[in-house]
Design a protein around this ligand. Structure first.
Ligand SMILES: NC(=O)c1ccc[n+]([C@@H]2O[C@H](COP(=O)([O-])OP(=O)(O)OC[C@H]3O[C@@H](n4cnc5c(N)ncnc54)[C@H](OP(=O)(O)O)[C@@H]3O)[C@@H](O)[C@H]2O)c1
Length: 391
């Protein structure tokens, strides 16, 4: 590898690491990191810290000041070219006299989508996308944003704690605690990084969970309950704390008294309509909730997987044996042959105390539903106004 290329790799690695600092805070905006380099020295660094805050490029430009003239920008995402809450970064880079921009990927947001590159090139800035060599890393870093922008659905991770024999509760429905404390800490970290945590009404009725972040530092995600008629007890913890932590009930069709009671308690009530779960998930994405962690029981998890709406699985496998008659991981019909079973990809595992944490991706073929964009897509900078205003 020649020297210039090695430098590009090094500075882009730093930009990715800077972007990562915003994890869990930028929603509904993407993670972005930026580094400005002149004469072999870093003169500015920035990352996006969330809606209403400066974009990464603007932060780096501010730090660099006049040293940005003649500099090279390393940025994980295409600079924006439209007026959102903040002025266009592409214009600011041009005005500052940046000479070259090395950018990991184009912004799939239709409001940007190449316009940032056009603006830079039009002003004589050399734009280098590294022949796509950072594209996979960049897409992975912003997987939820990329999915929502491309098809209007959130990225859904199904998380469950299972016994060695694949049970998520005892025969009486008791599930506390299958996994150990170390696993629960990791699970709370997943919550803190997600935009929303989702369960089915069965889990609310049985376990009455709070779905807040407690075992690690981090902010609480929005909480979503899925139900056919919205009939969940108003005395449950989620409803009782809806004015402190955003709580949404997604129902196929609300029973009117159930909806009235939820509305009165400060719960957001949304009808999924004929499209069912897919329609409900579309509503979440349209409201800026792009990264959804499902902590539901066998029915909801089974439905998400069966309908091709789940992207990833995280299983906390505990050294417990529960036995026959207890709820399985998935309430979904079994395939008749192993050849017809779904084989997951991208499998990784780690230990957490006595548990094994297994992560895997659903194969692309299973996620190949009709994913054409429907309805509005969200502006990287304006989305917050929409989500603050409700749906
Ligand atoms: N070990 C674990 O990780 C874990 C995690 C969660 C739960 N659990 C255990 O799982 C058990 C509960 O199982 P569960 O299957 O009842 O939980 P669940 O899947 O969370 O909830 C089921 C309910 O969700 C709603 N629902 C599911 N799919 C739907 C769809 N496609 N459209 C509309 N609504 C839908 C329905 O609510 P309505 O009835 O209101 O229509 C359904 O009754 C409990 O014993 C709990 O402790 C274990």
């Amino acid at each position: 590898m020649d020297e210039d290329r090695r430098d590009d790799e090094r500075y882009m690695d730093e930009a990715f690491a800077l972007a990562e600092r915003g994890r869990g805070m930028t929603h509904p905006n993407p993670l972005v990191g930026a580094v400005l380099v002149r004469d072999g020295a870093v003169v500015g660094r920035g990352w996006h810290a969330g809606p209403g805050k400066s974009h990464a490029e603007a932060v780096a430009l501010r730090e660099a000041g006049p040293a940005a003239r003649g500099a090279t920008l390393y940025c994980t995402l295409e600079p924006c070219a439209h007026h959102g809450r903040t002025p266009p970064c592409a214009d600011a880079l041009v005005a500052a006299g940046v000479e070259r921009a090395v950018v990991a990927m184009g912004d799939p947001n239709p409001l940007v989508d190449g316009r940032g590159f056009d603006r830079l090139r039009g002003a004589g800035i050399a734009v280098d996308t590294g022949e796509g060599r950072w594209a996979a890393q960049a897409r992975g870093q912003n997987a939820a944003f990329v999915k929502a922008m491309s098809c209007g659905l959130p990225l859904v991770t199904c998380k469950s704690a299972v016994s060695l024999d694949g049970k998520v509760a005892a025969a009486g429905g008791d599930a506390r605690w299958i996994s150990g404390l170390e696993s629960r800490r990791l699970a709370h970290g997943l919550r803190a990084a997600a935009d929303a945590v989702m369960v089915g009404a069965g889990t609310v009725r049985r376990d009455d969970p709070a779905l807040t972040v407690r075992h690690v530092e981090g902010r609480d995600p929005a909480r979503v309950v899925v139900s056919r008629r919205g009939e969940i007890p108003v005395s449950c913890r989620l409803v009782a704390s809806a004015r402190q932590t955003r709580t949404i009930v997604l129902a196929e069709r609300f029973a009117p008294p159930a909806r009235a009671a939820l509305d009165a308690a400060g719960v957001e009530t949304l009808e999924m309509g004929d499209e069912g779960l897919a329609g409900g998930l579309r509503l979440l994405a349209a409201g800026g909730l792009f990264d959804v962690l499902c902590e539901g029981g066998p029915q909801l998890t089974g439905a998400l997987l069966a309908e091709g709406l789940a992207d990833r699985i995280v299983l906390f496998v505990a050294p417990l044996l529960v036995g026959r008659g207890a709820p399985d991981l998935l309430a979904a019909p079994a395939v008749t042959t192993i050849a017809a079973a779904t084989r997951l990809t991208g499998v990784t595992w780690e230990r957490a105390g006595d548990d094994i944490v297994l992560r895997a991706d659903m194969p692309a073929a299973v996620r190949s539903r009709d994913l054409r964009p429907q309805g509005d897509v969200v502006d990287r900078t304006e989305a917050v106004t929409r989500s603050e205003a409700g749906f």
